[in-house]
Ligand binder design. Structure first.
Ligand SMILES: Cc1cc2nc3c(=O)[nH]c(=O)nc-3n(C[C@H](O)[C@H](O)[C@H](O)COP(=O)(O)O)c2cc1C
Length: 364
C-alpha cells in the first residue's frame, strides 16, 4: 500500500467528509410496491454510515421514470416522509447523504405504465434477454421516442424531485446519467437518433443533461450536486463508437457548473463495451477541474493508489459494502472482508435477509 489517504478527511466543496470512501448508489428494492422508503432502509443506510459520503440507491423522479420493482421514488409527500427516516438515521451517525435521481427511460416496460410504452430519445430497444416487471420476467419492448415538446416536463420533474430532496434534508443530489438509463441514452449515439436540438451532434446529445443541471442547481447550490457517468459501461446494452468524444465533451461542459463532483464508473468490473481503450480518471482530470469519484471493482489498495496518484478524490464502493456494513472500519484496522453477498438477495423485495443482517467484524 502507498499512503493512507483513503481514510483521511476531505473537504468536498465545503462539505466535511470524514474519509474518502463513498457508498456507491445501489438499488436494493426494499421500498415496497408503493415505492416509499421505510425503517428497514433507514437501518441499512445507518449501518453503512462509516462512509465519508453516502449516495442512495437510484430514486425515480416521477411515475414515468419507473422501471424497477420496489425501488423508491421521490415524487409524493409520503415518499418525502419516508426518506426523512433514512436521512435522519444517517445524520445521527454523522455522515452526509446524497439522493441519486433516476429516470429509467427505455430500461422499463409497459407493465410499469398501465400498458403505455416506456419513453426514450429514440425508438430503439434494449437488445438483451428480459426485464423484471411487476408481472415477472418479460422480453424488452421498443420504447416510444419522446416528442421535443415533452422534454420541458421531464426537466420540471427533475426540478420538483430536487425540491423534495431538499425538503427531506438531503445534503445533495446525484443526477444519474449512467448505465443506459434515460440521460445516458440521450448522450450516446447508439441510442439517440434524434433530429431535434437533443440529438445529431455530440453537443446536442449533452443538452438534456445540461438543462436538467440548470434546473436542479436552481434548487440545490451546484456544490451540492453531483453527476454520474459510465463511459466504459455495457450495462443495459450500451457502448457507442464515439464514446471518448462524447464523454470528454460532456465532462468539459459539466465543468462550468462547479459541481460537488463528477462520479465516473472508470473501472470495468460492472461490464465493459470493449469498443476501444477504456476511459480513465486521468483523462477526466484533464477536462473536469472539480472533485472526481472513481468506481467499479476498486479494492482498498487500488483506491489508495488512485487517490495517491491524484486521479480521484474519493472512491465509491458498491458490492463490498453490501456484505461489509463496517467497510471503512475494516479498512482502518486491516480486518478481512466478508465474501461478496449472494446475488439472489441483491434485490429481494421486502426482506432484511441479505440486506441488514450482515454482521460487523468481530475478532475470532
Ligand atoms: C445490487 C446493485 C445495485 C446497483 N444499483 C445502482 C443504482 O441504483 N445506481 C447506480 O448508479 N449504480 C448502481 N449499481 C452500480 C454500483 O453503483 C457500482 O457502480 C457497481 O457495483 C461497481 O462497483 P463495485 O465494484 O464497488 O461493486 C448497482 C450495483 C449493484 C451490485
Amino acid at each position: 500500500m502507498t499512503t493512507a489517504k483513503l481514510l483521511e478527511p476531505l473537504n468536498l466543496k465545503g462539505l466535511a467528509l470524514t474519509n474518502r470512501v463513498a457508498l456507491a448508489p445501489m438499488t436494493r428494492a426494499r421500498a415496497g410496491a408503493e415505492r416509499i422508503p421505510n425503517a428497514l432502509m433507514a437501518d441499512y443506510y445507518a449501518q453503512r454510515a462509516g462512509a465519508g459520503l453516502i449516495i442512495t440507491e437510484a430514486t425515480t423522479i416521477s411515475e414515468q421514470a419507473n422501471g424497477w420493482n420496489e425501488s423508491p421514488g421521490i415524487y409524493s409527500d409520503a415518499m418525502v416522509e419516508g426518506w426523512k427516516l433514512v436521512v435522519d438515521a444517517v445524520h445521527e451517525q454523522g455522515s452526509p447523504i446524497f439522493l441519486q435521481l433516476w429516470h429509467c427511460g427505455r430500461a422499463s416496460h409497459s407493465s410499469f405504465h398501465n400498458g403505455e410504452s416506456a419513453v426514450a430519445p429514440s425508438a430503439i430497444k434494449i437488445n438483451e434477454d428480459y426485464i423484471h416487471t411487476p408481472k415477472g420476467k418479460e422480453p424488452h419492448e421498443t420504447p416510444r421516442a419522446l416528442g421535443t415538446e415533452e422534454i420541458p416536463g421531464i426537466i420540471a420533474d427533475y426540478r420538483r424531485a430536487a425540491e423534495r430532496a431538499q425538503a427531506v434534508g438531503f445534503d445533495g443530489i446525484e443526477v444519474h446519467s449512467a448505465n443506459g438509463y434515460l440521460l445516458d441514452t440521450f448522450m450516446q449515439s447508439k441510442t439517440n437518433q434524434r433530429t431535434d436540438a437533443y440529438g445529431g451532434s455530440v453537443e446536442n446529445r449533452c443538452r438534456l443533461l445540461l438543462e436538467i443541471l440548470e434546473a436542479v442547481t436552481a434548487v440545490f447550490p451546484a456544490n451540492r450536486v453531483g453527476v454520474r457517468l459510465s463511459p466504459n459501461g455495457a450495462f443495459n446494452d450500451m457502448g457507442s463508437p464515439d464514446y471518448r468524444e462524447q464523454f470528454t465533451t460532456a465532462a468539459q461542459q459539466l465543468d462550468r457548473f462547479d459541481l460537488a463532483y463528477l462520479h465516473v464508473m472508470d473501472g470495468l468490473a460492472f461490464g465493459f463495451h470493449e469498443l476501444g481503450e477504456p476511459m480513465t480518471l486521468a483523462e477526466f482530470r484533464q477536462v473536469f477541474s472539480g472533485p472526481l469519484i472513481g468506481n467499479c471493482g476498486y479494492t482498498q489498495e487500488t483506491a489508495e493508489s488512485a487517490i495517491a496518484a491524484g486521479h480521484a478524490d474519493l472512491i465509491a464502493f458498491g458490492r463490498p459494502f453490501i456484505s461489509n456494513p463496517d467497510l471503512v472500519e475494516r479498512f482502518a484496522n486491516g480486518w478481512p472482508l466478508s465474501p461478496e453477498a449472494d446475488v439472489a438477495t441483491w434485490y429481494t423485495p421486502g426482506g432484511s435477509a441479505g440486506y441488514t443482517d450482515f454482521p460487523t467484524y468481530s475478532t475470532p
